[in-house]
Design a protein around this ligand. Structure first.
Ligand code: FES
Length: 252
């Protein structure tokens, strides 16, 4: 077998480097109010750069995702480079890099949720909404996504809408949830006391601004979580009792 000859440089297809456009700054009014809000956030931290995560949520609340403009804004406020801000924004999956609908519907497809039906739910929603994971419905209501484990395995399979849990889902309940969101009905997560707000409003709350929805902070842990807590406590007590008994025997 003979190796293909490598074409001379002049014969190869040119490799074009796509340079991104310079971000367009926010309109002056938006810039002004964002600066004031950014200052409130930055002042909560001993080092300005520690405010990067909430600032990224703040800029996400403006456009529904983290744009080049948002990255440049965060960099300017914190004395960082655009590359440093980009490195953080692209590491965490809560920061979206493409336009997001009013409701970000994330289906957990990590191990436990997947075997309990998460894969089936994602497939059912994709068929029902006629979009693939990562896409947004044409009316801009729902962005469908798959999520990694959200530490809610005791309620598998779970769906999160704008980071609020919807526990023990089925393809049918997930379709009903999507229909209610698209119809503009009031929808409340399984563990929250307050109806969902939009993705942008959620981003603002995550930036550290008060959640003014009545009963928003009245959620309570469910029975599976409490059962796990009880079992851990009992196990810890039994280990302590065993250790006490061994040390007593050692003293004799
Ligand atoms: S695997 Fe889905 S929440 Fe843990």
């Amino acid at each position: 077998m003979t190796a293909e000859p490598i074409p001379a440089a002049a014969e190869r297809d040119p490799i074009l480097l796509q340079l991104s456009k310079r971000p367009v700054p926010y309109p002056p009014q938006v810039q002004q109010s964002l600066r004031e809000e950014a200052r409130l956030i930055i002042d909560r931290y001993p080092q300005p750069r520690s405010a990067l995560l909430p600032l990224l949520h703040l800029v996400q609340s403006v456009e529904g995702y983290v744009t080049g403009t948002g990255i440049a804004f965060c960099a300017e406020q914190l004395g960082l480079t655009d590359a440093e801000v980009t490195a953080v924004a692209t590491f965490y999956s809560m920061y979206r890099r493409t336009p997001t609908g009013d409701y970000h519907v994330g289906v957990c497809t990590n191990t436990l949720c997947a075997v309990m039906g998460g894969d089936e739910i994602l497939a059912a929603l994709a068929r029902h909404l006629e979009i693939a994971a990562g896409e947004t419905t044409p009316d801009g209501t729902i962005t469908l996504d798959h999520l990694e484990c959200n530490a809610a395995c005791d309620y598998a399979p779970v769906v999160m809408v704008n980071w609020e849990f919807f526990d023990n889902q089925t393809p049918e309940s997930a379709r009903r949830l999507a229909d209610a969101l698209r119809a503009g009905l009031e929808v409340t997560g399984t563990r929250s006391g307050a109806p969902l707000c939009t993705f942008r409003e959620t981003a603002r709350i995550l930036a550290g601004f008060p959640d003014r929805r009545p009963e928003a902070n009245d959620g309570r842990p469910g029975e599976p979580t409490l059962a796990g807590l009880r079992a851990t406590g009992e196990q810890a007590e039994s280990v302590t009792a065993q250790q006490d008994s061994s040390s007593e025997q050692g003293d004799r």
